[in-house]
Design a protein around this ligand. Structure first.
Ligand code: M6R
Length: 620
């Protein structure tokens, strides 16, 4: 949440900063701002709303400078307003900074600083950091520190972060030191791009694409001291860690909209390819099993596992639920799916044979990271199922599986979900083949998986039908999503998609659970979406569907091609190809993604930037 950019070099910084903010806008879009250093002064422009609005005011009233920082905000403390927008200034303007994270002890620090005479102009927690850096600087200069020595400024930042409780990614400029940028992190991501005689800073690698090919991810408690000619990393104890320079793998194509109007739609239609990417090189036909390069666990350890905990948030948590069903079915290993926000503070009993998987698209979700660290601290093998290469979770996990889905920019997660489910299916297959699953059964799963990209291609043809259904129901204010077994998590995911981008109240339930309460919501204005492909308990789902119809509830069914029975019962049917029951979430989730998309469009909502949300939730 919140995106940070920074630049030091010979060029005007504005171009990189504004373009970088556009690319990071998915992290928050309550307001945006930049600060540019020009000689011994720092110009600031900031504005509530989108980066395009900031660009507009910068066009009307330009600022210049070859060192600068920028920020796109997802508000935590203080409403979205011009004054609360970043950058913030400290002291009498001698410090200017941007922040991503939450300063939990800000009110104590603010009271202390007020007593010292500092005046606060905003309702943010960040302003405390700005004044604190200014105060530390003032104190050390008073005690004789050399104003011409860079270390004086580094120490002011370092003593500030020692007093902060919470999380931060900070980028700091000093009015009186042109060409110096200090960045530091704890819990909020930062990456430095190395150019020729210039350096780029960003919250993730996307702004760096096209600007540099070499990047360095900052780790927690590290501070980057950057000038046009030098880039030094420091730990809080003053030591200099070894810098690990990586190649930037993203391309501009990955982040282009192409022929699509929205990233969400583009990402939905990418799914045949992303599923193929998730499968590539991971199926072993001879042994009828799966193989992964990065698990870093030997077969003995994998065989010893007697319990698995999958931890995640949001859509990734829903993928985890599908994983639970698959792993328990194929491998007979008990699985629990834990909300990361709960797991991080719970202390469930876990034997030393428990393996943890953190599932995350971004690899930066604060709760998932904290839950993973807590499990790691207790000595469990802790792995990641992650999309973002080089993200904090990917780097800190003992091993893991990448999704290879490419950048997901739409705030509503779509292709990451199906890739997570694909990878979890492979994982279940691997663990199953080490235990109870037979060779023929393994072969059957592999051949079904191999057919999946084509099945998804066929599924996407339902878009015209989805548009028709959306036109009929888009004014409804409540929806129910119902499914059983493998399609219960799909129902949850369908409801989440609708809520987050069209602001319609939607609830997902196991279909049979409906009669224990939610059926009271059924009336002629409340559509129920039944995810009802053919399965073992299809007749039971039909009974649930009849119960809704008997109460005059409109029914939209997601059903297998050629299911005439459901076509007679439901008001509307969206057909999907018939696939193995275990793999149904991969196809049944797609019409629900499209339905949410199309309803949001008809309601005039901003599909890629839904209100109140951010793509990567890096605060608690
Ligand atoms: O990056 P992560 O997978 O860790 O993100 C978890 C959730 O924040 C995320 O899935 C969120 O629920 C999406 N907006 C859902 O579309």
């Amino acid at each position: 949440m919140c995106g940070i950019v920074g630049y030091v070099g010979p060029k005007q910084a504005y171009g990189y900063l504004i373009e970088g903010l556009f690319r990071l806008e998915y992290r928050g879009y309550d307001s945006a701002g930049i600060a540019l250093q020009n000689g011994n002064q720092i110009g600031i422009r900031k504005k509530t709303g989108r980066v395009s609005q900031l660009a507009e005011i910068c066009k009307q009233d330009p600022i210049k400078g070859s060192t600068g920082i920028g920020h796109t905000r997802w508000a935590t403390h203080g409403e979205p307003s011009d004054v609360n927008s970043h950058p913030h200034t400290g002291g009498n303007g001698e410090v200017v900074l941007v922040h991503n994270g939450v300063i939990e002890n800000y009110s104590i620090l603010r009271d202390r600083l007020r007593e010292l005479g500092y005046v606060f102009h905003t309702a943010t927690d960040t302003e405390v950091a700005a004044h604190l850096v200014a105060h530390q600087l003032k104190e050390s200069l008073k005690q004789g520190a050399d104003p011409g020595d860079q270390q004086t400024y580094v120490r002011a930042v370092e003593s500030t972060i020692k007093q902060i409780k919470g999380t931060y990614g900070l980028a700091v400029l000093f009015r009186d030191v042109p060409g110096l940028l200090i960045a530091t992190r704890l819990g909020s991501p930062l990456v430095v791009g190395i150019g020729r005689g210039e350096y780029f800073l960003a919250s993730d690698a996307s702004p760096l694409v096209g600007n540099t090919e070499e990047i360095v991810y900052l780790n927690d408690h590290e501070t980057a001291v950057i000038t046009a000619n030098s880039f030094v990393l420091r730990r809080q104890d003053g030591t200099e860690p070894t810098m690990s320079i990586r190649a930037l793998e993203q391309t501009t194509q990955d982040t282009d909209l192409g022929e699509y109007e929205h990233y969400m739609l583009k990402e939905i239609f990418e799914q045949p390819q992303t599923i193929e990417n998730a499968l590539r090189g991971r199926m072993d036909d001879d042994e009828a099993t799966a193989k992964f390069g990065g698990l870093n666990l030997d077969p003995q350890t994998l065989r010893r596992i007697d319990r698995i905990v999958l931890t995640a948030c949001g859509t990734s948590w829903h993928a985890g639920l599908v994983g639970e069903y698959l792993i328990e079915e194929f491998a007979r290993i008990p699985v629990e799916v834990e909300y990361a926000s709960e797991l991080r503070y719970r202390n469930p009993p876990m034997s030393d044979r428990t393996m943890i998987f953190a599932i995350t698209q971004s690899g930066e979700t604060a709760d998932t990271l904290a839950a993973m660290r807590e499990c790691k601290r207790k000595g469990h093998p802790t792995l990641a199922i992650c999309n973002t290469v080089g993200s904090t979770i990917a780097r800190e996990a003992d091993g893991g599986i990448y999704l290879h889905a490419g950048p997901e920019i739409g705030v509503a997660s779509t292709k990451a979900f199906t890739s997570q489910v694909t990878v979890l299916t492979l994982l279940a297959l691997l663990l199953g083949r080490m235990r109870h699953l037979s060779h023929p059964e393994g072969k059957r799963i592999i051949s079904q998986l191999r057919a999946m990209p084509e099945k998804i291609r066929q599924t996407l043809k339902c878009f015209d039908k989805v548009k028709e259904v959306a036109r009929k129901y888009y004014t409804a204010e409540n929806f129910l999503y119902l499914g059983r077994l493998y399609n219960f998590p799909v129902a949850l995911e369908g409801a989440l998609k609708l809520k987050e981008i069209s602001y319609i109240h939607a609830e997902g339930y196991p279909a049979a659970e409906m009669k224990h309460g939610p059926i009271a919501l059924v009336d002629e204005n409340t559509p129920s979406v039944f995810v009802a492909p053919r399965c073992e308990i299809y007749p039971k789902v039909m009974s649930n569907l009849e119960e809704v119809k008997a109460r005059k509830g409109p029914v939209i069914a997601i059903a297998c091609d050629g299911d005439d029975k459901i076509a007679h019962l439901a008001d509307d049917v969206i057909f999907v190809p018939d696939v193995d029951e275990h793999l149904q979430p991969l196809v049944t989730s797609i019409p629900l993604q499209l339905l949410a998309y199309q309803i949001a469009i008809l309601r005039g909502c901003n599909v890629d930037r839904p209100r109140n949300l951010a793509k990567s939730v890096t605060v608690e």
